[in-house]
Design a protein around this ligand. Sequence first.
Ligand SMILES: Cc1cc2nc3c(=O)[nH]c(=O)nc-3n(C[C@H](O)[C@H](O)[C@H](O)COP(=O)(O)OP(=O)(O)OC[C@H]3O[C@@H](n4cnc5c(N)ncnc54)[C@H](O)[C@@H]3O)c2cc1C
Length: 275
Amino acid sequence: MSINVKTFARLADAAGALTQERGARFLAGGTLVMRALNEADPGIETVVRSTDPGLTHIGLSSGRVELGAGVTMAAILAERELAYLHPVARAVGGPAVREAATVGGNLLAPSPYGDFAAALLALEATATLAGGFGQRELPLDELLGRRERGAVLVASVAFKRPAPDAFRFLKVTRVHPKGVSVLSIAAQVPLSGGRVNGARIAYGAMAPSPVRAKAAERALEGRSLDAAGVAPALAAAHDGTAPADDAIASAWWRREILPIHLRRLLLGEQSARHS
Ligand SMILES: Cc1cc2nc3c(=O)[nH]c(=O)nc-3n(C[C@H](O)[C@H](O)[C@H](O)COP(=O)(O)OP(=O)(O)OC[C@H]3O[C@@H](n4cnc5c(N)ncnc54)[C@H](O)[C@@H]3O)c2cc1C
């Protein structure tokens, strides 16, 4: 079967094509879409691309960070101002994948993919969606929480730069150094007078799409980051999760190890990507 490839200079036109064309799929870095095409996925009849320069824009101003949806993991690794995100970008596949893999593609990648999306959730990012009639912004957890995302086209994501040392990330994988996640955890734990003030925690591979751990966040509020202080958050760690059994790990195993790794992350015992 032949595939139509449509390339648009404006993202708005690409968004229009995604809603109008039958079996249309947006192509970003293509690490997953090209695989699907090579496997002759019958659901893809038209590939939609865009050369809109906004897609690859990185904006850093007055404590706000904006990443075009087409920004790659390699581009993030090349930006010193985004050093807190380097462990996350480095955790996505191997070097060849990172050259192509984009922020937008990571948001829409099926679980257990989505390590970067988990980080963006913990940073309380908003997503700007492109549409034929303009753009609109919505919280990322709202976008990721939708059961049916339809022909959504993400233009960019934006978030407030985290306080120094407040952002943490870990990824658990069985294949080193570039395996897919058993799970990943991202957390933003700002401290005020030695107490957590405004915790944000998100998991990758613990639900059909990356999720916020809101019960654990609440349990951490006002607590200190020591063994006794984090205990209530660990007790609430599973709330809102629904991990899958897949080729990487069983749901049971994911549940078993989640509190262990959350504890390590919160106590600062593990900052590396693998375990
Ligand atoms: C060998 C290998 C290893 C990998 N390892 C990891 C890993 O460790 N961690 C991880 O998280 N992922 C991993 N991935 C998955 C994938 O590479 C990443 O999630 C990547 O970020 C996807 O981005 P992409 O630009 O390549 O997406 P594409 O393949 O272009 O697209 C993926 C999906 O997202 C949609 N999409 C892309 N951009 C947009 C947009 N702007 N708006 C709306 N929809 C969009 C596409 O239509 C498609 O449905 C791996 C993939 C491979 C092949």
